[in-house]
Ligand binder design. Structure first.
Ligand SMILES: [Zn+2]
Length: 408
């Protein structure tokens, strides 16, 4: 691969226009240095990669994954059975698989301290990796969600020291578990575990360091507090409460949704997480009480997502890859569900490219096919404006000007 070449395509994604236009990209030193519209042609003798009629877009950005998890039916079993070195190898493989699926930038939204090696020394990996923004261990309370990653903080001083260490160790994201989580035994998703003051401190400290802040919010009160803290993104927004039978239910609160709308925070809804499991129940035609409840709550989640879309809350693509039954190759499925939930095709593409880059504070680096940005791009056989599952078949992946996969 020479250092300087051109890419030509009948369909180059224009984020600004929200459509494809015929054109050319000049790539030099791993970056896009010019974009020209047809009928311009590359200079005589220039090396050209011709994408023909394929659809060329920026590499996808998945804003919420857990690289060291296994995506099995019980990912905590593997987590506890493996040591740091084994989990690091697993994480590298998972990241590589994501890159092959067209995801050129990942945010890891919570992992052990040792995984920050991926942020510091990606050059040591034996396989090509996407850009990985690591959050390191999420800040949590004693016995709180993902406490076994060792991110427990109680005082203001501990919060500041934690963020300090994340940044010093190469992290590029500040994650907090503002509520409990379903995955952690003993942690209760309906409980809000950080005060407004603590969340304000976390968000403002992240802002001061120009790191994106991200808050895990399953309980209704945690959504409100994290939005009031102006976190850059709010994860899940489940509105979980418990009904009279003790079952966890999603109760949308329009007043709190309005707080989210006014906060400027983006939302990551992970609609597609573990959907294959639910699909299997649906196709079986019979369900246990628990399964029937899960199916109903899934429908409520999608409905609530549509309400946030109507309010105009910015959406970013993330799927919690690595957690139960959520493989690393399935970012395409989240894009498809974002559309089924109410985003237009154009909005869903932006959620996985330009909007995600903006929310992660890396829009000067990636997210569009424009001059000065990294040459991270993918090609599809079918038009994603017509086919919500078009990202399932990514036939070409380029990362910083290097061809990673070419199945054309
Ligand atoms: Zn997560």
């Amino acid at each position: 691969m020479t250092d300087s070449f051109w890419i030509r395509a009948d369909h180059l994604w224009s984020d600004r226009e929200g459509r494809f236009t015929p054109g050319l990209l000049r790539i030099e030193g791993g970056r896009i240095t010019a974009r020209a519209e047809a009928p311009d042609t590359p200079p005589a003798g220039a090396r050209v990669i011709d994408m023909g009629r394929r659809y060329v877009l920026p590499g996808l950005i998945n804003t919420h994954v857990h690289l060291e998890f296994s995506a099995s039916a019980k990912p905590l079993d593997e987590f506890y059975a493996e040591n740091d070195e084994e989990r690091l190898m697993r994480a590298m493989g998972n990241a590589h698989r994501m890159l092959l699926s067209g995801v050129t930038t990942i945010r890891d939204c919570g992992s052990s301290w040792s995984m920050l090696a991926l942020a510091r020394r990606p050059d040591l990996a034996p396989v090509p990796l996407p850009t990985i923004l690591c959050s390191g261990p999420p800040m949590t309370v004693p016995a709180g969600h993902l406490h076994f990653m060792h991110g427990i903080v109680e005082s203001d001083a501990e919060i500041l020291a934690h963020i300090d260490r994340i940044e010093a160790d190469g992290g590029r994201s500040v994650k907090v578990m503002a509520s409990g989580g379903a995955m952690t035994p003993g942690s209760d998703p309906v409980q809000t575990v950080f005060s407004q003051d603590k969340l304000d401190l976390i968000a403002s400290e992240a802002r001061r360091r120009k790191l994106p802040s991200v808050s895990h919010v399953l309980s209704t009160e945690s959504i409100k507090r994290s939005a009031q803290a102006h976190m850059d993104s709010l994860e899940h927004c489940a509105f979980y409460e418990r009904d009279a039978d003790g079952m966890m239910v999603r109760r949308y609160d329009p007043d709190i949704a309005a707080v989210v709308r006014d906060s400027g925070s983006a939302m990551m809804a992970n609609l597609s997480t573990a959907t294959r499991t639910l699909d299997a129940v649906r196709s079986r035609g019979s369900a246990t009480v628990q399964e029937a409840h899960a199916l109903r709550q899934f429908d409520v989640m999608v409905e609530n997502f549509g309400r946030f879309v109507t309010l105009g809350v910015p959406m970013v693509c993330g799927n919690d890859a690595g957690v139960r039954d959520t493989p690393f190759e399935d970012t395409w499925m989240e894009i498809s569900w974002l559309q089924r939930g109410g985003l237009s095709a154009v909005q869903s593409i932006r959620a996985a490219t330009s909007q995600a880059a903006k929310t992660l504070l890396i829009d000067q680096e990636v997210g569009q096919l424009e001059a000065s940005l990294s040459a991270d791009l993918i090609a599809l056989e079918t038009n994603p404006l017509d086919d919500s599952e078009a990202f399932r078949e990514v036939v070409f992946v380029m990362k910083a000007g290097k061809v990673i996969a070419d199945r054309i």
